[in-house]
Ligand binder design. Structure first.
Ligand code: KPL
Length: 317
């Protein structure tokens, strides 16, 4: 049976979170195609399949894949899980196949990408998503689910209805609710609020864990890290309040400490990127806070200091 293109999903950026979603969508009986960077990646995925480890169970699935230049598909539904800094360029690679009014869901850390993407693709229906699901990449096409959280999706493009999910996303939400143990997805009428809350958490944790090369839990009592965490929390909350963002319940510091405890053994995504010699999401996270602060004449000195400390240690960051 061939699925109508309007019901098929394409995934760009099949790292840890993208892999998790590729697997979930297949269990929801959706047709999924992974957009790979090269023919080599496409062939390796086709040869070995996508492996997902959840606790003691490992499942291998065999999603379709495409590489740039291959295929005449019309991409109508695209889930983007690339790093923020790579997103616009990666989407441009697929522009010929992308329907002008495609539904594009951005599921990534940081802020700022949706605005840039909308400027490139004015007719696209852009949605943003934020997740607390944890996953890490064990190797090529091998993903380990580290913890079960949830994903919130909401409309970003000004021409979209904020209140209700379109059918294609409502279908994801229904499927996620019907299957126990599956990813949990919800619609959010004001996605900017949970995105800001996630950004705030990332802005006070990620860079510090990379600077001190510690797991999340070790930041809690770190002699230099803990006072800096507290300063960052104050600056971020100041920017949020001046931007009229709903405050985080119980305050950012309490929430950050809770996340650090819950993910105590994890290495933050920024520490992982820096250790791998890859670019980091510093600009889309701390850089975004500094940029918003500058508009409001807030100096954000602690954020500026973590940016310069991180870049001194990791030139690729
Ligand atoms: O989202 C995260 C990340 O590493 O990017 C946190 C919440 C810090 C968990 O590691």
């Amino acid at each position: 049976m061939t699925t109508h293109p309007s019901q098929s999903w394409y995934i760009l950026g099949a790292g840890a979170v993208g892999g998790l979603w590729a697997h979930a969508m297949q269990t929801w009986d959706l047709e999924v195609t992974i957009l790979t960077r090269s023919e080599e990646q496409h062939l390796s995925l086709q040869a070995q399949g996508l492996r997902l480890t959840q606790g003691n169970d490992t499942h291998t699935s065999h999603p379709k894949s495409l590489f740039p230049g291959l295929g005449l598909d019309s991409i109508q539904n695209l889930l983007v899980c690339t790093k923020t800094y790579a997103t616009v360029a990666a989407i441009k690679t697929w522009r010929k196949l992308l329907h002008p009014q495609a539904n594009i869901v951005l599921l990534q850390n940081g802020m700022g990408t949706a605005q840039s993407l909308q400027a490139e693709l004015p007719q696209a229906n852009i949605y943003c998503a934020t997740t607390t699901d944890g996953a890490w990449r064990q190797g090529p096409w091998q993903v380990v689910q580290a913890g079960q959280g949830g994903t919130q999706i909401g409309a970003f493009s000004p021409h979209l209805n904020l209140r209700t999910a379109p059918n294609i996303i409502a279908n994801l939400i229904n499927q996620s609710q019907q299957q126990a143990g599956s990813l949990k997805v919800q619609w959010h009428e004001d996605i900017v609020t949970p995105m800001w809350h996630k950004l705030a958490i990332n802005s006070v944790i990620n860079a510090l864990t990379a600077i001190y090369k510690v797991t999340n839990g070790a930041l809690i009592e770190h002699p230099q890290g803990r006072p800096r965490l507290e300063q960052l929390c104050q600056e971020t909350e100041n920017v949020m309040s001046r931007c009229h963002i709903t405050p985080i319940p119980h305050g950012l510091l309490q929430q950050a400490l809770r996340v650090l405890k819950q993910t105590a053994d994890n290495k933050s995504s920024m520490l992982q990127d820096c250790l791998a010699g890859q670019p980091s999401e510093l600009d889309a996270i701390n850089g975004f806070i500094i940029q918003q602060g500058a508009i409001l004449h807030l100096p954000c000195a602690a954020h500026k200091q973590v940016c310069s400390d991180l870049r001194e240690q990791y030139p690729t960051a």
